[in-house]
Write a protein that binds this ligand. Structure first.
Ligand code: SF4
Length: 319
């Protein structure tokens, strides 16, 4: 069985899409983004620096800390401050940004960089490398749950899986829980994500269950609390050990139906995955095969079986 997915809307730094909008007239095309991710999401590409009126090519800019505030200024002349123009660009983009389910950002940029951005003082001397881009700062402020990831980090299989999982889950949550505002949808969401959450953090899965249990009395605060913890749980790449635990849990649902031989074969596949001999897809395909022959409503609705479109091939990489 293959799940069907609505196409999430994902923002992307235009240079990552291959557009020649960088300060030097170049681009930073990511092949995973343009060749793979583009097949399953709807991209909204934008370049904040061009959007706020800068030309291509253009003088370099950087982040300065002035009076305790991060400002986007010209590299050579700190008096040339572009921060307000960035704020205006961001405000104009709000109708589009409101619809997004994720954002892929270009690393190392004073506008789009998510982490380790150089921050300079008033005199233009380097203070530290722990900053973030000014556009990203605004994104985080206004959309605290929006999944963000940088182009380079998406080359890491674990980070790639965690990001794509978050994007599809966020879309699902907005479409089903936030849109309906129904307690039953929140309960159903937690039930559908139970095994996926267990594969990331069994402790967080239990904690989320408690948040759901209290939600009928404090809906809005429970929703905020739930989404914050849910997205934080999925933001850290999981491990083979945790996936193995979730697979064994899933295996338990078939213990009455499978022959001794089938049980043995399934245990062997899970163990081969645990040892790193086969990718996650191998035991998962076997479990899906058994589910087709022994349907189970609770197992069938588990997002863990199909958290994102198969064609991304991510589970073939998950060693
Ligand atoms: S990193 Fe951001 S601001 Fe810089 S060129 Fe790319 S899209 Fe434009």
């Amino acid at each position: 069985m293959t799940a069907t997915f609505a196409r999430p809307k994902v923002g992307v730094s235009a240079c990552v899409m291959g557009q020649k909008v960088r300060y030097d007239g170049g681009h930073k095309r990511s092949h995973f983004v343009t060749d793979k991710l583009a097949e399953v999401v709807e991209f909204k590409s934008l370049c904040p620096e061009v959007g706020m009126g800068m030309p291509v090519p253009r003088p370099t800019i950087h982040v300065r800390e002035l009076n305790g505030e991060y400002r986007l200024t010209d590299t050579r002349d700190g008096r040339l401050d572009h921060t307000d123009k960035m704020q205006s660009f961001f405000d104009r983009q709000r109708p589009v940004l409101d619809t997004l389910d994720g954002f892929v950002l270009a690393a190392k940029s004073p506008s789009c960089g998510m982490e380790r951005i150089k921050v300079y003082n008033e005199s233009g001397e380097l203070m530290h490398r722990k900053g973030e881009g000014v556009f990203v700062h605004l994104l985080r402020q206004h959309y605290p749950h929006l999944p963000l990831e940088e182009d380079g980090r998406l080359n890491d299989a674990g980070l790639r899986e965690a990001f794509v999982t978050r994007v599809f889950a966020y879309r699902d949550f907005k479409q089903n829980v936030l849109a309906s505002k129904k307690m039953a949808e929140l309960v159903n969401f937690q039930s559908r994500y139970k095994l996926l959450l267990m594969a990331y953090s069994p402790a967080a899965c239990r904690q989320l269950g408690r948040v759901v249990a209290s939600a009928s009395e404090h809906w809005q605060s429970a929703i905020d609390q739930y989404l914050t913890l849910f997205m934080a749980t999925l933001s850290k790449p999981t491990t083979r050990k945790k996936h193995t635990n979730a697979l064994m849990h899933l295996q338990g649902y078939f213990k009455q139906q499978l022959s001794a031989q089938d049980k043995q074969a399934l245990s062997e596949q899970i163990d081969k995955y645990r040892r790193g001999y086969v990718p996650l897809m191998a035991p998962m395909a076997l479990l899906q095969h058994h589910l087709r022959h022994h349907p189970d409503d609770y197992v069938s609705k588990q997002v863990y079986l199909d958290p994102y479109p198969e064609q991304l091939g991510i589970r073939n990489l998950m060693q």
